[in-house]
Design a protein around this ligand. Structure first.
Ligand code: ATP
Ligand code: MG
Length: 261
């Protein structure tokens, strides 16, 4: 069992697209997967075709007014989901006591062993929702656009991870790597940007995945149709890229001796 948070406080960098692709791709490979939406925008939940109202959602787990078991829904895309809701935007104000960063971790305790992978989609902030996800997670994947401006954000995210380790909130948390998304490998600028991203990675002692996710209109089309990119068309460049990324990720876990239990 492994819990992976998909995070970058910069908006629109492909976090939700990556979380959806991982959830759908891993379940297609036969793994039992639970996606947990911690973003008030609920894009992960809506594209997974689950309810975001009238059912217990992540906020109820954080407020301890529902059992995790009751919040699990089945996505037609093959994995289970604990949905997000707009109410998550008030989490910062609603959950105030010490130890609040452990709320999601505690809520997932009773159900996580039923799954091979838990994929946590996070909002574009480093606030309490993302910190709760980092506290619950074994590791983090950072999707990013190839851009000069990505460095500052990734450094800040890495600092948050160091703080969580330093204060013993999640001492074993690691960053699996940085994933380049919406990438255009055809341009010289694109290739140069990959090098720059590798330098950012070196600076925080984290690898950039060899696989890059190319830009493709199929991502928007799949979202409009509310299907996973694999259901939409598994022969599109982006579906192939995400499958190659999943293979790279799983090989890395095997190599690091991270065994599923
Ligand atoms: N590989 C890609 N090619 C083309 N468009 C993409 C790709 N990945 C994501 N997009 C598009 O970019 C937009 C943002 O993607 P996404 O929602 O995954 O980002 P996000 O980081 O989760 O955003 P937010 O920070 O708002 O949660 C969406 O419209 C999505 O369809
Ligand atoms: Mg998102």
């Amino acid at each position: 069992m492994r819990i992976i948070a998909i995070a970058n406080q910069k908006g629109g960098v492909g976090k939700t697209t990556t979380a959806l692709a991982l959830a759908a791709g891993l379940s297609e490979k036969g793994y039992k997967v639970l996606g947990v939406d911690t973003d008030p925008q609920c894009n992960f939940s809506s594209t997974s075709r689950v309810k975001v109202s009238g059912v217990p959602t992540t906020i109820n787990l954080l407020l301890k007014d529902a059992e995790s078991e009751e919040a699990i829904q089945q996505s037609p895309s093959g994995y289970d989901v604990i949905a997000g809701s707009n109410a998550l935007s008030a989490a910062e104000k609603m959950i105030t006591e010490t130890g609040r960063e452990h709320r999601l971790e505690e809520a997932l305790q009773g159900i996580k062993e039923k799954y091979d992978y838990l994929i946590l989609d996070t909002p574009p902030t480093l606030g309490i929702l993302t910190i709760c996800a980092f506290t619950a997670a074994d590791s983090i994947i950072i999707p990013t656009l190839a851009s000069f401006y990505a460095a500052a954000g990734i450094n800040e995210l890495s600092h948050s991870v160091e703080q969580l380790k330093h204060y013993n909130i999640n001492p074993n948390l690691i960053i699996d790597g940085i994933l380049l998304t919406k990438f255009d490998p055809r341009t010289i600028v694109g290739r140069k940007m990959k090098e720059i991203t590798e330098q950012i990675g070196e600076h925080i002692d984290t690898k950039v995945f060899n696989t890059v996710i190319r830009s493709s209109v199929a991502v928007d089309s799949a979202q409009v149709m509310k299907t996973s990119i694999f259901e939409y068309d598994k022969n599109t460049t982006v579906a192939k890229d995400y499958m190659a990324f999943i293979d790279e990720l799983l090989k890395g876990y095997e190599k690091d001796g991270v065994k599923k239990d």
